[in-house]
Design a protein around this ligand. Sequence first.
Ligand code: PLP
Length: 383
Amino acid sequence: MMRRVYMDHAATTPLDPAVLDAMLPFLKSEFGNPSALYAEGRRVRSALDEARDQVARAIGAKDPGEIIFTASGTEANNLALRGVLTEARRSGAGDHLVVSGIEHQSVLETAKALADEGFRVTYVPPGPDGIVAPQRVLQSVTSGTVLVSVMLANNETGTLQPVAAIADACKGRGILVHTDAVQAAGQVPVDVEALRVDLLSLSAHKLYGPKGTGALYVRKGTSLRPQMTGGGQELERRAGTENVAGIVGLAKAIDLAVQTMEERTKRLRVLSDMFLSEVMRRIPDVTLNGHATERLPGVVNLAFPGVDGESLLLNLDMHGVAASTGSACAAGSVEPSHVLTAMGFADRARSSLRFSFGRDTTADDVEYVVDVLERLVKRLRKG
Ligand code: PLP
């Protein structure tokens, strides 16, 4: 059988067996509705409470009541933007949203939908290094600005964003700050106090947890209008019977991610540095997209001028290597990366690929991928 090397951990990660073990009771015997008052329900409620505690602790939230479980990172981002903006309009607090131009589609498309509904939206571009400067964010705010949303780490380039500095700049002005920490969580320390954010999004499947589970941290006192109406679940902020197994899985996954972070990310950094330096040494004319050091330990986005990224991706797949042209949602579409385009490199967008490493990636995998890449790039450049 052909060797397979999975280099797309930023798209999703495999489920950790320990996470599966924690989830199984809630898919088998513990079927009670957590809102029910009898014993079967109370047992499940207590698992839910514990999961909320664990997630709160993992991100430094003071009160577990600040965590709202959602069905995805996408839903968490939707709830953050829509929840804050619609409430602000209702109360007359303002109608202006500021987002960076390199956000995930779940933020950008929500911003676009809000603009269609009459909200004012400003997009802040990054610099050529992929970093959104706090100063540029500040230049975009007005007296009607309600919310600023800038991701903690970009999913295509892995570039880390100065969210704490952005939050500091906004704070004196009474503007709320949201960060999409879906890619950053488990890779770099995520602490809502250190970041000084009011809202923060998480997703379980980027952390060796299950797909279809996310969470939104909402700082106590933040006015948020529920987007899913119905029963009183999630402290009246997100109706619907909770996905208990998924939530328990998210909590276990983020807990394990925090415990293992130091060692795991040190290893990832060594592997991705090795990959980068070997590619640069053996393949001419390759550039790293995004900031060289301010980036996630396991994400490397490279431009191979003269090579069509999609052809390279398909050829890599034929040689057993799974990589990505950028975000999973954009994969399959012919749209060039909005992130690289916003950074001023539209020309590179069609010849760039993202390689993202995970805890099972080995030095041997890295060598294999570099070998394959060297051969393929040479062949594709010859045309
Ligand atoms: N935000 C970022 C930065 C992401 O990379 C992703 C997933 O690709 C999401 C949000 C969406 O998360 P989910 O897949 O749980 O909807």
